[in-house]
Design a protein around this ligand. Structure first.
Ligand code: ADE
Length: 225
């Protein structure tokens, strides 16, 4: 899967892709991440990519020309299955959306800033608008990092233990059950006996029951869905 991320603060995106699972996924050739500096497509030599909003009001608006030039340059080389705009008024990201997007091949992600992008960008180019939650970030970069992480970790071959993505919270509509590791007894706090029994079907049943219990307590809305 290939991601082309368009940003006016590309440095913000270096770190998330340089570590751990996301780095390994790239090294294994399972994913390509290309970060594009929007200022390279600025309308003048001062690097201008934004301007005041027509009609007045505080905050700058990202102009259509630099974004259009960048997207057109990318589209000249390949076709894209989705052009995603990170924005607080988009559809709230969840596991289902991440699963669906993980089936795509080539994806552009546009990171917004300031007051957002000129509405005509959304009309002309954007196929999906995604928010990572009901709060406003300084820009779309952190949202793009969250979205790509959620997608990449479920791509086949990315995690060493394939089953571990399948048992994540939300993957079956439930929160994950509690997990334990050594020591089996920490200052009198004992690991549930069943997990030490070696009886796999019983362990699975226990995990399922705990997942339901935890979901009922913390996120009853997931059970309603
Ligand atoms: N840009 C600013 N806030 C955002 C949010 N909550 N989700 C995605 N992109 C954003």
């Amino acid at each position: 899967m290939r991601f082309d991320i368009i940003s006016c603060q590309p440095d913000l995106l270096q770190s998330p892709f340089s570590h751990s699972i996301l780095k390994r996924a790239q090294n294994k050739g399972l994913v390509e991440i290309h970060i594009h500096d929007l200022r390279k497509f600025a309308i003048n030599k001062y690097g201008q990519i934004d301007d005041y909003a027509f009609g007045g009001g505080a905050g700058m608006v990202m102009m259509i020309e630099p974004i259009a030039k960048c997207i057109e340059a990318l589209k000249a080389d390949r076709s894209y299955d989705a052009i995603i705009y990170m924005t607080p008024d988009g559809e709230t990201l969840n596991q289902k959306i991440a699963n669906r997007l993980s089936l795509l091949e080539n994806v552009i992600i546009l990171c917004g800033h300031y007051k957002g992008v000129d509405e005509r960008v959304r009309e002309k180019y954007i196929t999906h608008e995604i928010s990572i939650g009901d709060y406003v970030l300084s820009g779309g970069e952190l949202g793009a990092a969250v979205l790509t992480d959620a997608i990449i970790r479920i791509l086949p071959g990315v995690l060493n233990d394939e089953s571990s993505a399948l048992t994540d919270s939300f993957q079956d509509g439930l929160l994950a059950p509690p997990v334990y590791t050594r020591p089996a007894d920490y200052e009198g706090m004992k690991v549930p006996e069943i997990l030490l029994s070696g009886d796999t079907p019983k362990v699975e049943q226990w995990r399922f029951e705990k997942a339901i219990e935890r979901t009922k307590q913390r996120r009853p809305d997931l059970l309603e869905d």
